[in-house]
Design a protein around this ligand. Structure first.
Ligand SMILES: [Zn+2]
Length: 408
């Protein structure tokens, strides 16, 4: 069994973490910002140093290719994303990219040429916090999202993905997708507490959860904050706030299996002298079972009707997307399990709650997602932390699983 250089992997993670560094130890490298540009440049440098040929496609996805003995065969892909939340941590994404790169270095050191090429991937805009939707680069690559739609997405300042890609020179010349891939592996921190609580090092992810993302509009009446009599006020912000509290209550009632939270809110006219006539907020619901998800959805609908009746405000769902679980490839789940066991690591099958680029790749090829523990299950937080030994354990499993697949 091959092993990655634990110290080098850790040093790479810490070095990348100096780009877009935040005071409490986290990172802010949102997609297509200057910090993302600098992170990409460092990754490209490390790829070149490891002898990889770097190409960038039209949505900015980066591929570092290590040629195989039969270049005509579809390659094995391994990677994740280098963009972060704002604020985000040092591990959500970078571990999968730099862990795969660490594996390539180990192959170089061992003088191994695999039959199939191996490509280390950095997917553009996984996080979706600046440009909606997230998992963007992998979605375009897999044919799940038209390139033009992705390029036209704008941030809150009105900058488009297309113009920001051009600004940071990440708009590559390679066509996006449209090629065969043998398999895709993604190493990621769990972003939850299960592995840590169970004392298990490797999670072989079998499938995901049922989820809903929705956007709700509450409509009231615009009025002067000082003169409108209190009992005649129809404050859209209050309606949104009451429903948000109900959604939180419903999430808690279905814990730990289910969860529900409101996240984003906008109010109009959003100034200090007016009762808001409009508020729009987004929320997300997740549950392992379809019945559980549907029960939560029904309770949210009932709560919406109740708040509308009690406040005289109008509610509309502007957007709703339900996702059923994706199921990862059994053969690769088994491969990760046996690889972890041979390396002497404890391993368990588990489900993922968050979405990952791996979901999109399932449209193209067999896929497996590999989890390692993170402290207190914390992610999307500056204090996100993964032990060096867990980073290395995950990268070792990734390396040996990729190697076996690439020798097929
Ligand atoms: Zn991530």
């Amino acid at each position: 069994m091959l092993h990655v250089d634990t110290d080098r992997l850790w040093s790479d993670l810490m070095t990348l973490g100096t780009i877009g560094a935040l005071p409490r130890g986290g990172n802010d490298r949102m997609a297509l910002t200057d910090a993302d540009r600098d992170g990409r440049a460092l990754f490209a440098h490390w790829c070149n140093e490891a002898g990889l040929t770097v190409t960038v496609d039209a949505i900015g996805n980066m591929f570092g290719r290590r040629e195989g003995s039969d270049p005509s065969l579809p390659p094995v892909l391994a990677g994740s994303h280098l963009d972060t939340q704002s604020p985000g941590g040092k591990f959500d994404g970078p571990l999968g990219v730099l862990g795969a790169l660490a594996g390539v270095r180990a192959l170089n050191a061992a003088g191994i040429t695999t039959r199939r090429a191996i490509e280390v991937v950095n997917w553009t805009n996984e996080e979706g916090c600046r440009f909606f939707p997230g998992l963007m680069g992998s979605a375009v690559f897999a044919g799940a999202l038209p390139l033009e739609t992705a390029l036209a997405a704008t941030d809150r300042a009105g900058h488009s993905v297309g113009s920001e890609l051009a600004r940071i020179r990440a708009n590559g010349s390679t066509p996006t997708g449209g090629r065969s891939v043998d398999a895709y592996f993604e190493l990621h921190i769990e972003q939850g507490p299960v592995l840590e609580e169970q004392g298990v090092t490797i999670g072989a992810v079998t499938h995901s959860h049922y989820s809903i993302m929705a956007e709700v509009e509450c409509r009231g009446e615009n009025a002067h904050i000082q003169s409108m009599p209190m009992l005649r006020r129809r404050n859209a912000l209050v309606g949104a706030a009451r429903l948000i509290a109900e959604i939180d209550r419903i999430g808690r009632a279905h814990a730990p299996a289910g969860s529900a939270s409101a996240v984003v809110i906008d109010a109009w006219p959003n100034n200090r002298i007016n009762i808001p006539h409009r508020a729009v907020f987004s929320y997300g619901v997740i549950h392992p079972d379809a019945q559980g998800l549907e029960a939560m959805q029904a309770e949210i609908a009932a709560a919406t009707a109740m708040v509308a009746t009690e406040t005289g405000l109008a509610f509309d769902t502007l957007f709703q997307r339900r996702r059923d679980p994706v199921i990862f490839t059994e053969e690769l789940v088994g491969l990760v399990e046996s690889t972890a066991t041979e390396l002497g690591h404890s391993v368990m099958r588990m489900r993922t709650r968050p979405g990952h680029d791996a979901f999109n790749l399932l449209r193209l090829c067999p896929v497996e997602l590999i989890f390692v523990p993170c402290r207190d299950g914390l992610s999307h937080n500056e204090l996100e932390y993964c032990e060096p030994m867990h980073c290395a354990a995950g990268a070792d499993v990734l390396l040996n699983a990729v190697l076996r697949r690439a020798e097929r």
